[in-house]
Design a protein around this ligand. Structure first.
Ligand SMILES: Cc1ncc(COP(=O)(O)O)c(C=O)c1O
Length: 426
């Protein structure tokens, strides 16, 4: 079976042949690579071709594919039964580990995805403040809860337009959108709507419209503006949580959220999310408080044990530090090769996340500053990389992830292949 044959079949059973849109390769063109198996830094396609993988399941696999320790933990969980619908020790162990490592996590509730985590955290924020509106930022993605599928509208500051069909106007009316990296815009929105804003939600390192690292002063300004107005600060660390460092981006930047949302790394590649934060806020969640939130498969023991094994392994191997250094060296090699091969291509990095961008001047902190030719360039670059044995995320606006399984030899091979790919399509 080839990827082409499988995809032709899949088109008859799933919308666009896929179960999550970016997998369809619409942004880069061509047929999705159907993966047969994966190990470490590599995926193997159904036709037997092996690729160095920088997608890593869009971020959860901080140790790489099929890490042996996580494998053992998940297998043990399977041996013991994979869903009980009652209490078990594994979620307690993972919760206690996180509470012991992240000071602003005083209480945590596990859910099954990042979307659920964000949706629930914002419900808590509305209940805690008695206010209805949420402020988010253009270019940040927080999952597909109805009220968050919005983009900046063309009218008044903060006004939104739907970014999906099927949303009720009432729901999205509760969301405001501001540009990133713009203190006056935030001030104006708070002036106009301040007493209605329950929470400000932001990705501390926006990584869903390419990688757009922000000024720490801007993040701090946001935190203080929100607090001065009586709104909560919700950090969406679904990507950065347990990847930027054990305390996520909040720890790196010294910003304390009221509530924090996790996903991806926290479950070691299994469907786990969590929302967490101040004890008084989390006390509002059922059954302790009036904010209803539940889940049949929440705190699934396979995910809980895989997540704990992942975090413990990161800690025992000094994983965050090792990854930081390895990614920095890799990006340096890439930059130096690209200087002559493709001088208009920039490599942006945060911790073990990187993004290749064509065009745009200086530090790009907002989507509208990304060069107009980037998407078209990435479409060609993606396929040139694929031909050279490197699998990148199939969209120019998704970021690349390193794992501890990307060793020095693999990274040298990958950097050389990517430089060659950029030179070939110049
Ligand atoms: C920052 C951020 N928040 C929330 C989500 C939603 O998470 P999930 O896809 O697990 O629902 C994502 C997914 O990529 C994300 O990147």
């Amino acid at each position: 079976m080839t990827s082409d044959e499988l995809h032709a079949r899949a088109l008859h059973s799933a919308p666009g042949g896929v179960h999550s849109p970016v997998r369809a390769f619409r942004s880069v063109g061509g047929t999705p690579v159907y993966v047969r198996s994966a190990a470490g830094a590599r995926i193997v396609a159904v036709d037997g071709r092996s690729y160095i993988d920088f997608c890593q399941s869009f971020g959860p696999l901080v140790l790489g594919h099929r890490d042996p320790v996580v494998h053992a933990a998940a297998s043990a969980a399977l041996d013991d039964g994979w869903s009980y619908g009652t209490c078990e020790p594994y979620s307690l162990q993972l919760a206690e580990w996180i509470l012991a490592h992240v000071p602003w996590v005083e209480r945590i509730r596990f859910v099954s995805s990042g979307t659920e985590a964000v949706m629930s955290a914002l419900r808590v924020a509305r209940a805690a403040t008695g206010r209805s509106k949420i402020l988010k930022f253009e270019g940040c993605y927080h999952g597909h809860a109805d009220s968050l599928l919005v983009q900046a509208g063309s009218g008044l500051a903060g006004e939104v337009a739907a970014s999906s069909a099927g949303l009720s106007a009432d729901l999205i009316a509760g969301t405001l959108v501001a540009p990133l990296d713009d203190e006056p815009a935030v001030a104006e929105i708070f002036e106009r709507h301040g007493t209605d804003i329950a929470a400000v939600i932001v990705e501390p390192v926006p990584a869903n419209y390419g990688l757009l690292p922000q000024r720490v002063e801007w993040l701090r300004h946001l935190a203080s503006t929100a607090r001065d107005a009586g709104a909560l600060l919700v950090l969406d660390e679904v990507i950065t949580g347990f990847r930027s460092g054990v305390q996520g981006a909040a720890g790196l930047f010294g910003i304390t959220p009221d509530l924090v949302c996790y996903g991806k790394v926290i479950g070691g590649g299994f469907p786990v999310g969590a929302y967490a934060g101040r004890a008084d806020l989390m006390a509002l969640v059922a059954p302790e408080g009036p904010v209803y939130q539940a889940g049949t498969l929440s705190a699934n023991p396979v995910g809980m044990r895989a997540g704990l094994a992942t975090l413990e392994r990161m800690e025992s191997t000094d994983g965050w530090h090792v990854l930081e250094e390895r990614t920095a060296a890799f990006v340096e090699r890439l930059r130096s090769g690209l200087r002559s091969a493709a001088p208009d291509v920039e490599v942006v990095r945060h911790a073990s996340i990187f993004w290749l961008r064509r065009g745009g001047d200086g530090p790009v902190r907002r989507p509208d500053r990304i060069g107009a030719g980037h998407a078209d360039w990435y479409r060609r670059f993606f396929h040139a990389a694929l031909e050279r044995g490197v699998y990148l995320p199939p969209s120019g606006y998704e970021v690349c992830f390193l794992s501890l399984a990307h060793d020095a030899d693999t990274l040298t091979e990958a950097a050389d292949a990517l430089v060659d790919a950029a030179a070939a399509i110049r």
